[in-house]
Ligand binder design. Sequence first.
Ligand code: FE2
Length: 401
Amino acid sequence: MTAALPFNPPSPDAPGKPSVRTWIPPAATQEKHNFAELHSIDLSLLDSPDPKVQQALVEKVKEAIRDDGFIFLENYGISLEQLHRQFSLAQYLYDNITEEDKQRLLFDPDTGMWSGYKHPYGFKRQRGPADGIEQFNWYPREWNNYNYIPECILPFMDEIKAFCEYLTTSVNRRLLTLFSRVLELEDDYLWKHVQSHGTPTGEGYFRHALFRPVQKTTEAASKGLRMHGHTDFGTTTQLFSVPISCLQIWGRDEAWHYVPYKPGALVINIGETLEIVSGGHFKATRHRVYKPPADQAHEERLSLVLFNSSVGDLRMAPVASSPLIQREGCIEEQGVYKEFRRLMDAGVPVPTNKQWREIQIAEATDPTDTVRNRIGADQVVLGGKLMQQREYFGVKVLLPV
Ligand SMILES: [Fe+2]
């Protein structure tokens, strides 16, 4: 494998580009209680000339994805300054997007995609109670036709596109190489056979998200929750570690823990596709977005996320040719793989990746929805824990609240 080149983006100072206010990261929380400890992976070690170093890296990845399903990635090729430029662009988008563009590009989750602009009134096109979350999502539609992009951000599309291309074709490809090696498959197996291609984010999407502090009424209705506990549906999700601590993961101790801030690091979370492909050896990470610790209650949280997607037409099953799976079998202790297995054993076809991701988006509910979020509706108590229970295509999805 040839060594990865560092990110070399188009210039921020090219003629015709408006000046952009520099994003200043807010202060990290002083709170130390209830934070997870995550494994950290140095991606540059994949370029080591020493096979022993590479093998040790694969072993470390194997342990990390079995333990948490969440890992910090460091030395992946993008500098802190380059990363902060992308945050400045996201800040610029929310400073400058016009009301007309918000209307024109308004999302329509009933289509099964978040494509476009999400208003801060819940996860349906029709406005519900304020949730303080704005997003812009770049799907294939946005990459392929810049009429679907907010006008204010058009001068910077060269930088945003280059950033996403680097994250997918360099960072995610290398990551999938590591995961393929864990499954003892050829280096490009997951990249070639599972990962979708064709746009800077394949069939997946890139997101600029802005979480504003919410009113007391919203916080009371949602019990402090900003996004429900869930697992992502694709291959991997690349999130940038941010100073405002809202992201939480469900630990082995069956409790929620904040993900700590590590400047410049990428937080990688394993999606459902990889859990199924690996026969449960990889765990799709259960995570949610919750209110931050008290000292950050009044801060805005800006977040950049790239959702890598699997090929939409595929129906996922464990890779039978993986020597790891042949030797150790599959692991059915929890999660989406166990539920897909139930269908396969009953001879019922599992949904395609496209069907699976689109139904979950179309059927998403809001944390402020006090009708659905109660026992007897979408919630059940199991083993003393409050869980969210949904079913799509005969597949049960059970997640901690
Ligand atoms: Fe997620």
